[in-house]
Design a protein around this ligand. Structure first.
Ligand SMILES: O=C(O)c1cc(=O)[nH]c(=O)n1[C@@H]1O[C@H](COP(=O)(O)O)[C@@H](O)[C@H]1O
Length: 281
């Protein structure tokens, strides 16, 4: 008896139907102010509900960044619970951006918080950090397989400081980032049409031709817009793997709020730029 449909298959279908764009829900204090909202839970709730109303029915993925909700304690997390539920009800997949990482036993609790169906923050996928050793993620991998959810593992991050760790060369001659990608390739082996264990690779990183990006899973690609990358960069950065790329745009879309139509139009413009860039490959 087969279990729930794997995240990778659900994501592939959503990307084919809605395009690959992921819009981030990052309620920065500065954005709340720009939207004429107070930097409080009421403003947080209005902000989040507006983004869901504007784009959850049309983009494949929404990516709430948990830190901006945790800033308000339990009432902020209550807003996040509602936001995730409303986004999923509108047909978007939700990637919870929590970048969780810990030793195995604690990692299991982190995984249950987001990937166990019935958890208040149940999401379709979770960002995780492998920097306690890729193997420390195994409880999250196991639960994802069981619950039909997925992981996005930080591999080559968009921030300029990432290289210090991720480009470090291990005794076997491979970089730390390449080692993470190698683990993911094994995790996704045999999964069709797309594995459920993705990598986070910044769209800001320029030439990655020395890396094998074809690890059978999706690539969450932040960095477009506020961090300086553009949709046109995607084919050059990701090569053939661009077909599995989920480009993320957070501030680049959110700065057009609070008007719902303006938010929607901004998302549509990014979606069209991405479609043009990716189909040119
Ligand atoms: O895991 C992430 O989502 C992530 C990884 C990474 O390497 N770089 C990165 O920017 N992110 C997240 O992606 C979003 C980027 O936001 P914008 O720069 O506003 O589009 C933020 O929520 C970041 O935390």
């Amino acid at each position: 008896m087969s279990g729930p449909e794997p995240f990778g298959a659900r994501l592939r279908r959503a990307m084919d139907e809605r395009g690959p764009l992921c819009v981030g829900i990052d309620p920065h204090a500065s954005l709340l102010t720009e939207w004429g909202l107070n930097d409080d839970v009421t403003g947080l709730e209005r902000f989040s509900r507006t983004v869901v109303e504007a784009v959850a029915g049309r983009v494949a993925v929404l990516k709430p960044q948990i830190a901006f909700f945790e800033r308000f304690g339990s009432r902020g997390v209550a807003v996040l619970e509602k936001t995730v539920q409303e986004a999923r009800a509108a047909g978007a997949l939700v990637v919870m951006d929590a970048k969780r990482g810990d030793i195995g036993s604690t990692m299991a609790a982190y995984a249950e918080s987001f990937l166990h169906e019935g958890a208040p923050l149940f999401s379709d996928a979770l960002t995780v950090s492998p920097y306690l050793g890729y193997g420390s993620l195994s409880p999250a991998v196991a639960l994802a397989r069981e619950s039909g959810t997925g992981l996005f593992v930080l591999a080559l991050t968009s921030n300029p400081e990432g290289g210090e760790v991720q480009h470090a060369v291990r005794p076997d001659g491979r970089t730390v980032g390449a080692t993470v990608l190698g683990h993911l390739a094994l995790e996704n082996a045999g999964e069709e049409p797309l594995g459920s264990f993705g990598a986070v690779i910044g769209a800001t990183l320029g030439d990655l031709s020395s890396y094998d990006l074809d690890m059978g899973g999706p690539i969450l690609a932040p960095g477009i817009g506020a961090q300086g990358a553009t949709a046109a960069d995607l084919p050059a950065v990701f090569g053939r793997a661009v077909r599995n790329v989920v480009p993320n745009v957070s501030r680049g879309v959110l700065r057009h709020g609070p008007d719902v139509v303006a938010l929607r139009d901004a998302a549509d413009r990014f979606a069209e730029e991405i479609r043009t860039a990716v189909t040119a490959v």
